[in-house]
Design a protein around this ligand. Structure first.
Ligand code: 13P
Length: 334
C-alpha cells in the first residue's frame, strides 16, 4: 500500500476518474446521442486509456465494475493500464440512496459483502479503491446525523480496504448545488472533514496508507457572488490545514461540476503556494473527460482528436499541480 500511495502521488501526476456508474455514463452519452451499450462504454474507455503518453500525467485510473472486467485488444483493462504505467483502481460503493428520516440527505450503499468484493477486485488487479459519500448544503442541511453516518460508512469502507491491501480513497463530496456562499461551503466542508477524520481514527484506519478525495471550497453553483480563484484557493487551503492530519500523504480533488478550465485554474492557485504537509493533486472525472467525450461522439474517426483533448487536459492539470499552469498553457501543446 505504501508503494501504491507513492506511485499515485508521483510528482506532477494525478488520477483520472472513469468510474461512472450505468446511470451516470448513460446521462453523459445521452447528451451526445450515443447509445449506452456495453460495447460503446468499452470503446469509450478504450479511447481514454490508450491515449498516447497518458501515463506521463496520470498515475492512476478509477474504474467501474464493468470496465475492470473488460479487455482492450485482447488485454484485460488493468493490464492495459499497467502497460501505460498507470495503476488501476476501482469504485466499490454502490451509489447513494435517501437517508431514512432525513429528507434531502443521502447515504452511500455497498458495505454488505464488501470484504469479498475487495478480494475479487484485488485478484483482478486493482491496487486502490474509492467510496463516495455526498453531503448536500441547504438552508437546514447538512444535519450532524447525515455527516456522522456518512463518516462512519467511509471509515468502515477504508478499514476493509486496508485489510484487503487496497489503498482507500476516502471521498466525502460536499455538493456545489445551491446558492450558498464560499463561507458556508467552508463551514460545511470543515465539519465534514472533522467528522470523517474522527471516524477514521476511531476505526483504526492507517492515515499513512489512504488518500483523501475532497471538493474544493467553492461558492454554490447559483451563488449571486461567485468566489474568485484566489479566494477559493485560500479558503480551500485554510479548511484543509484545519482538518486534514499531516499523516495523510495526499489530497486529490474532484471536479464536481466545475468547468474544466476553472478546475485547472483553481487547482493551480491551490498548488502554487506549496508548503503543505500533504501532496495535492487531481482526481477529475468530468474536468478531464468532457472535452474528449465531446470530440469523440461515439465515432471511431474521432478517436485521435478525442485523445488529443484528453492529453491536453491531463497535461494542463499536471502543470497546475506544479503551480505552473497559466491560461497560455491552453494554447501550447508541449
Ligand atoms: P468529477 O471530477 O466529475 O466530480 O468526478 C470525480 C469523481 O470521481 C466523483 O466521485
Amino acid at each position: 500500500m505504501e508503494s501504491t500511495v507513492a506511485a499515485l502521488l508521483a510528482r506532477g501526476k494525478g488520477l483520472l476518474a472513469a468510474d461512472e456508474s450505468f446511470p451516470t455514463i448513460g446521462k453523459r452519452f445521452k447528451d451526445l446521442a450515443i447509445p449506452s451499450t456495453e460495447e460503446n462504454r468499452r470503446t469509450y474507455r478504450e479511447m481514454l486509456f490508450t491515449t498516447p503518453g497518458l501515463g506521463e500525467f496520470v498515475s492512476g485510473v478509477i474504474l467501474f465494475d464493468e470496465t475492470i472486467r473488460q479487455s482492450i485488444g485482447g488485454v484485460a483493462v488493468p493490464e492495459a493500464l499497467a502497460r501505460q504505467a498507470i495503476i488501476p483502481g476501482i469504485k466499490v460503493d454502490l451509489g447513494t440512496v435517501a437517508l431514512a428520516g432525513f429528507p434531502g440527505e443521502k447515504i452511500t450503499e455497498g458495505l454488505d459483502g464488501l470484504r469479498e468484493r475487495l478480494a475479487g477486485y484485488r485478484q483482478l488487479g486493482a491496487r486502490f479503491a474509492k467510496w463516495r459519500a455526498v453531503i448536500a448544503i441547504g438552508e437546514h442541511l447538512p444535519t450532524a446525523s447525515a455527516i456522522a453516518v456518512n463518516a462512519r460508512l467511509l471509515a468502515l469502507y477504508a478499514a476493509l480496504c486496508q485489510e484487503a491491501g487496497l489503498v482507500p480513497i476516502v471521498e466525502p463530496e460536499v455538493l456545489m448545488d445551491g446558492d450558498h456562499t464560499l463561507a458556508r461551503c467552508e463551514e460545511v466542508t470543515t465539519a465534514t472533514l472533522q467528522a470523517v477524520f474522527g471516524a477514521l481514527t476511531e476505526q483504526r484506519v492507517s492515515l499513512a496508507t489512504m488518500l483523501l478525495k475532497a471538493g474544493m471550497v467553492l461558492s454554490g453553483k447559483d451563488c449571486p457572488q461567485p468566489a474568485a480563484v484566489e479566494e477559493v484557493a485560500q479558503a480551500t487551503l485554510r479548511c484543509l490545514r484545519r482538518t486534514v492530519p499531516a499523516a495523510v500523504p495526499g489530497i486529490v480533488f474532484l471536479s464536481g461540476g466545475q468547468g474544466d478550465l476553472e478546475a485547472t485554474e483553481r487547482l493551480n492557485a491551490i498548488c502554487r503556494p506549496g508548503g503543505t504537509p500533504w501532496t495535492i493533486s487531481f482526481s477529475y472525472g468530468r474536468a478531464l473527460q468532457d472535452a474528449a467525450l465531446q470530440a469523440w461522439r461515439g465515432a471511431a474517426a474521432n478517436v485521435a482528436s478525442a485523445q488529443a483533448a484528453l492529453q491536453h487536459r491531463a497535461r494542463c492539470n499536471s502543470r497546475a499541480v506544479l503551480g505552473k499552469y497559466s491560461p497560455e498553457s491552453e494554447n501550447s501543446p508541449g
